[in-house]
Design a protein around this ligand. Structure first.
Ligand code: ADP
Ligand code: MG
Length: 712
């Protein structure tokens, strides 16, 4: 990947060997070029950034007679008799007798390779070779199966050291790739190593202050470590660069969002603001009060706000957003609230309409299902400023919507919206204050690194009187007892959600429960006679909304659905959440789903049904308790991150950056995170635009990083 280098070619002195095509390396050509290209490797520079995924520890050298079973080690021996035979399964096997060089007698140890004709061609009987691998007992003799081997007088590339293991592609031999990298890193006869030409973009002052290896040395150690300690030093240097670049990039993006931008000052007089609070149907929680004060302070300035409001499901983010919108309107500006789904937009519209009931701002709903004449009218009113607040899906931020004066944009459930939508908003010719909300708690390690371009407000408690949702994990066999229990509660006037991982059979190749099949089965079986409805993303949105409306109006008892009910839907009368195939959901998602119930007064339940009911660590976290209480969204998010890693946790659609090259986002070293944050701040304090010559390397690295994640 050209863009995957820390230092892009533009920052390099003109021709270096790094820009040469891989063919320029001895031994690379023909078919190998195509194979390497499949790994994104075109130039020698690309090759150098193809880093090992792990290492084989072959540094432990023992005489052949003293090999130990089941441990990785290296030995030297003389090639004895070579035989070939077919195994019981018909596979060709090459067997080599190993002679002990100490006494020139058979050592009793054999080396075997499956189907590896070339061993016979490469090594002659009588030759001294070095072999690395695991020895296993085979009958009463030790045997090295598929060991790596090279001539004893050759340089240590595949044996006798910590040996790098690389990601491959079909057809590419690991030995070849390792050999080419060795040439790039250690050089070849009469050739200085290419790695020495890698320019170091990190200012020397930082490198000295943090005692970091020079970049080329770090790369050498990472590919072919001289010791384990040096390997760690090498990795630390590469990780340092990566985190520093990320922090600089995010800080700069924020600076760009704020640079020259003039957002309207949005202020509400205290007396008026207090009056709104008194008019609310409840008292704000402490967290809500804190969040709205932080927002008020931000939007009262002309620097555009960029704030993430983070709060567990049901923590009451909507009212905070509504208050902020009201401040905007009082100040003569407009506000927009965008939700990820039409259903949710409708719900927000209802909430805002009732919160703004008398003498409050005017509010309209704009979704793709609004009729053409209505849409024209709303667009007109937004353009001439006669409409104060618009609620809609992200259809709002695309195509032909203009505002007279957009002061505040609220993006609900932010992780569903990418960085790109933020930019689109900006392109509307206004610089609105931006409030993002999310119910997916973001673990601390990630807020320190990935979310550096926003400020955080956290709602860390639920409104008083919220009850705990009783949660149980059950195997599918238990369902025959669950259905009568559901019936009973429905007889008492309650409602249930049943959620499945997929819509229909045939979506995905496995046997996960599907909404369609579950609905059909229950309708004529376990829940016969009740009012069931089906809800999934493939229904036309009109129909979906209709089903949801009927469920809210209690015309439906049981809703069989996919995760379309995941986000934000508020049905206080629903008390049962039954999740089938629960092991297929992430913890954050399960927590979100569970949050759909327990919104009213009645006792509520979540039943997580899974084939792996007993074994799943993830599902167990859903019933775990801490200080006498269930784990909250933050605990669960941390756990999810630990169990699944950052790539899975963040997902591609949730954030452009899910996996870095060196740093594991789910396990960032706090010291490294702190050090890079300090250096990033220091650099930007004196050179916010990275224009000074000593920071040219950093600027180029930031550019390359954004290019790599296509977020430029
Ligand atoms: P979320 O943070 O998940 O978006 P909502 O804004 O939908 O949560 O709020 C969930 C429910 O809590 C709503 O019914 C709302 O009216 C109610 N609510 C919000 N704030 C409070 C509060 N301070 N006291 C009591 N109920 C509240
Ligand atoms: Mg919400």
């Amino acid at each position: 990947m050209a863009a995957s280098r820390t230092i892009p070619s533009s920052s390099r002195p003109n021709s270096t060997s790094l820009d040469l095509k891989v063919e320029a390396l001895p031994g690379v050509g023909g078919e190998s070029v195509k194979l390497l290209e499949r790994l994104g490797i075109r130039t020698i520079g690309d090759l150098l950034w193809h880093l090992p995924t792990r290492y084989l520890d072959y540094g432990n050298v023992r005489p052949v007679r003293h090999l130990i079973a089941d441990r990785e080690q290296t030995t030297e021996a003389i090639v004895g008799a070579v035989g070939q035979r077919r195994t019981a399964r018909g596979q060709m096997m090459t067997e080599v007798e190993l002679i002990d060089p100490a006494d020139m007698r058979p050592s009793g140890v054999k080396a075997t390779w499956f189907g590896r004709q070339f061993i016979k061609e490469r090594f002659q009987p009588g030759q001294l070779v070095r072999l690395s691998g695991k020895a296993t007992w085979f009958g009463r003799a030790l045997q090295l199966s598929n060991p790596k081997v090279e001539a004893a007088d050759a340089e240590r590339v595949h044996t006798g050291r910590m040996v790098p293991v690389y990601r491959l592609t079909e057809g590419l031999k690991e030995g070849n790739l390792r050999r080419w990298l060795h040439t790039a890193v250690e050089g070849a006869p009469k050739r200085s190593p290419v790695v020495d030409e890698v320019p170091d973009g990190l200012p020397a002052t930082i490198r000295a202050r943090r005692e970091l290896l020079p970049l080329s040395e770090a790369l050498k150690e990472v590919h072919f470590p001289s010791t384990e300690a040096r390997l760690l030093e090498g990795r630390r240097r590469l990780a340092f660069d990566e985190l520093l670049t990320l922090q600089l990039g995010l800080a700069q993006r924020r600076a760009r969002w704020q640079k020259d931008a003039k957002a309207p000052k949005l202020v509400a007089p205290d007396r008026e603001f207090e009056r709104w609070l008194v008019g609310l149907p409840f008292t704000l929680t402490e967290g809500q009060q804190r969040a709205i004060s932080e927002i008020r302070a931000d939007i009262g300035r002309t620097i555009p706000m960029s704030r993430l409001l983070e709060g567990d499901v049901g923590s009451g983010k909507t009212v905070v957003a509504a208050l902020a919108a009201r401040i905007a309107v009082t100040s003569g500006a407009q506000a927009a609230l965008m939700a990820p789904t039409e259903l949710l937009a409708e719900q927000h519209f209802r909430t805002l309409s009732s919160l703004f009931a008398e003498g409050g701002p005017s509010v309209r709903l704009l979704t793709s299902s609004v009729s053409a004449p209505d849409r024209r009218e709303i667009l007109g009113a937004l353009a001439d400023g006669s409409l104060d607040v618009v609620v809609g899906t992200h259809a709002l931020v695309v195509d032909g919507v203009t505002f007279k004066k957009l002061g505040l944009a609220v993006v609900d459930e932010q992780h569903r919206f990418g960085v790109r939508q933020r930019t689109t908003l900006r392109e509307k010719g206004t610089d609105p204050h931006l409030l993002l909300t999310t119910a997916t708690p973001i673990p601390r390690t990630l807020t320190q690194t990935l979310y550096k371009d926003v400020d955080l407000s956290v709602l860390d408690q639920l409104p008083a009187g919220r009850q705990e949702i009783r949660t149980e994990v059950r195997p599918p066999e238990a369902l025959e007892k669950v259905w009568p229990w559901v019936r009973q509660h429905i007889a008492d006037g309650e409602q249930a959600f049943i959620v499945t991982p997929r819509i229909d059979k045939g979506d995905g190749e496995d046997d996960a429960p599907s909404a369609v099949a579950t609905y059909e089965e229950l309708r004529s079986g376990g829940l016969k006679g009740l009012r069931l409805a089906l809800l999934h993303g493939r229904l036309p949105s009109k129909e979906r909304d209709d089903v949801m409306r009927r469920f809210a109006a209690r015309e439906i008892d049981v809703l069989v659905a996919t995760t379309v009910v995941e986000v934000g839907i508020d049905i206080p009368n629903a008390t049962m959440m039954i999740i089938l195939g629960a092991e297929r959901f992430g913890l954050a998602q399960l927590h979100q789903l569970r949050g759909r119930v327990g919104r009213g007064e009645k006792r509520s339940y979540a039943v997580l049904v899974s084939d792996d009911a007993a074994g799943s660590e993830r599902l167990a976290a859903m019933t775990e308790r801490k200080d006498g209480k269930p784990l909250d969204g933050f605990d669960l998010a941390n756990r999810d991150l630990e169990i699944r890693g950052a790539g899975e946790f963040l997902g591609d659609e949730q954030h452009g950056i899910s996996e870095l090259r060196i740093v594991d986002l789910s396990d960032v070293d706090p010291r490294l995170s702190r050090e890079t944050a300090e250096e990033a701040d220091a650099v930007l304090a004196t050179d916010p635009t990275l224009e000074q010559p000593e920071n040219a390397g950093l600027a180029a690295a930031v550019e390359a990083l954004w290019r790599r994640y296509a977020l430029a």
